[in-house]
Design a binder for this molecule. Structure first.
Ligand SMILES: [Zn+2]
Length: 113
């Protein structure tokens, strides 16, 4: 599954951060997942325990923030959330937009002690 390899990628990044900063334990990690990215938050949550199994992150809490997928209409410049309307502009009915946000996937922050 795609999410599992992404989880391993996150764990690898965490290991680097821990090594660089001389940390011993990470309490929580916050991921930002865009609605329009290929990542599904529920699958990430399911994959995370498998990815951290046997690492120092076994007790690390996974937090996920979903970033709404926003677009701007190229016809009338209206800004709207793309998914609920399947990309169709609620103002003018055109399906001609530029994506503003919601495609990214990031590690937003980690909480360490
Ligand atoms: Zn429009």
């Amino acid at each position: 599954m795609h999410e599992l390899s992404v989880c391993f990628e996150v764990v690898r990044t965490l290991e680097e951060l821990v090594a660089e900063n001389g940390l011993t334990e990470v309490q929580s990690v916050t991921l930002e997942i865009g609605e329009l990215s290929s990542m599904i938050p529920k699958y990430m949550e399911e994959c995370f325990p498998a990815a951290v199994d046997g690492t120092i992150f076994e007790r690390t809490k996974l937090e996920i923030e979903v970033i709404p997928g926003l677009g701007r209409c190229n016809s009338c410049s209206h800004m709207y959330q793309l998914l609920p309307v399947n990309g169709v502009c609620p103002e003018c009915g055109e399906k001609n937009f530029s994506v503003i946000s919601g495609t990214a996937f990031n590690i937003k922050e980690i909480l360490a002690c």
